[in-house]
Write a protein that binds this ligand. Structure first.
Ligand code: ADP
Length: 400
């Protein structure tokens, strides 16, 4: 019997999902995919088939914004279009696993209780993931669920990369670098094994550049260092998140502007980054690149400057660089950003072929470049499906 796995990827105001069928030999194919956008304001649900044709769509009014009816719609519509086959398992991307969850785990009452205790460490993300897990338990009580932690891939980071220079009592309480986008980095590390085995064994920076953005230093396919830290707020400039910031700024904002903790959190997560730098033009890179506003250009230049500066730190951690991989929305589609980043890395001997870059070729570096530069589409859902089947003891996970 084929296995059908529903992968759920909850963002702060969106839920992306996909249903994949996995055959006896481990051959997998996408059946359905979809998204609910603008949760909390005016939710919009779309369900598509593997070719991208719209199968179902619904908009809610502002008043109907609680999670439960939205998820019911997902569960009902997905089942309706599975044409007789039943869901075998549900896999979740869980943003934070804290210090105790370093591998995917089956959802049990004990795991839920443990994640509840983690809420103070990740107040924006864990309640969201728990609400989703509980809702799916109600809607599909017989379908096992698996939590796949975005922090887990970074468990291989050495203590020197993990530790903040704070008293040990805080480290013991879980204040350390965790790193995020782990499912994406794991997918890229595995992909390199098949398409570029020489790089899979080497020193590679992967740039996951989406609305959230980070860099990961891979040494022989394992995470050695990364730009995100205790939370997904650290590191690069993002759509609405500030990235690395002098911590004294937070104290100053509280003292001099009288901002509360909640106000500072809102400022740093929702009102900063590209949106703030562009003077409100957009948090979206495509819009910024198309804009004639000088501030939009400035935002793009700062994004690239910070990225190159942080890449420099990771290159020192790796003690050199063999490959650089661009992935996620900006990394896969914005040739102009790739060109700007590579120009900043020219001191390393990075050279790209402008034509290959414009057509988003797999390899965009020239043959004489000191560093190979790749564009590899990421697939976090593929990792969720693999982990979900593996945790449930299904041998076909190995073939995925
Ligand atoms: P998320 O973190 O929500 O998964 P994505 O990986 O989808 O985000 O990336 C979203 C970002 O990718 C946005 O800033 C968007 O503008 C950018 N992007 C997508 N397509 C393009 C494009 N063709 N050119 C420039 N930027 C693009």
């Amino acid at each position: 019997m084929p296995r059908i796995v529903l992968a759920l990827n909850a963002g702060s105001s969106s839920l992306k999902f996909s249903a994949t069928t996995v055959g006896e030999e481990g051959q997998s194919s996408l059946l359905l995919k979809g998204e609910i956008e603008d949760i909390g304001s005016a939710p919009h649900f779309v369900l598509k088939n593997a070719q991208g044709a719209i199968l179902a769509e619904r908009r809610w009014t502002d008043s109907e914004t609680s999670m439960q009816p939205l998820l019911e719609e997902v569960a009902v519509r997905v089942r309706e279009h599975l044409t007789g086959d039943e869901l075998t398992a549900i896999g979740h991307r869980v943003v934070h696993g804290g210090p105790d969850h370093m591998a995917p785990e089956r959802v049990t009452p004990a795991l839920i209780a443990s994640l509840e205790k983690l809420t103070p460490i990740a107040p924006l993300h864990i309640p969201h993931n728990l609400a989703l897990i509980r809702s799916m338990m109600k809607l599909c009580p017989d379908v096992p669920q698996v939590a796949c932690f975005d922090t887990a891939f970074h468990r291989t980071m050495p203590a020197v990369a993990r530790r903040f220079a704070l008293p040990a009592v805080y480290e013991a309480a879980g204040v350390r670098r965790y790193g995020f986008h782990g499912l994406s980095y794991e997918y890229i590390a595995r992909k390199l094994e098949s398409i570029a085995p020489h790089l899979a064994k080497g020193r590679v920076i992967v740039a996951h550049l989406g609305n959230g953005a980070s860099l990961c230093a891979l040494q022989a396919g394992r995470s050695l260092d990364t730009t995100m830290g205790f939370s997904p707020l650290d590191g690069l400039v993002m759509g609405t998140r500030c990235g690395a910031l002098d911590p004294a700024i937070v104290l100053y904002l509280e003292n001099q502007f009288g901002l509360s903790v909640d106000e500072v959190r809102h400022l740093l997560y929702r009102e900063s980054g590209l949106l703030a730098l562009s003077g409100g033009v957009a948090n979206d890179m495509r819009t910024l690149l198309a804009s004639a506003e000088p501030k939009a250009r400035e935002a793009v230049e700062i994004f690239v400057h910070v990225l190159a500066r942080q890449a420099g730190g990771l290159i020192a951690s790796l003690q050199g660089l063999d490959g650089f991989v661009f992935t996620a929305g900006i990394g896969e589609h914005a040739s102009e950003i790739r060109a700007m980043v590579c120009e900043k890395l020219a001191w390393l001997g990075v050279k790209i072929d402008p034509q290959a870059n414009l057509r988003h070729a797999d390899i965009i570096s020239t043959p004489d470049s000191e560093v190979e530069v790749w564009v590899i589409p990421t697939d976090e859902d593929a990792m969720i499906v693999r982990h979900t089947l593996a945790v449930l003891g299904d041998g076909r996970a190995r073939a995925l």
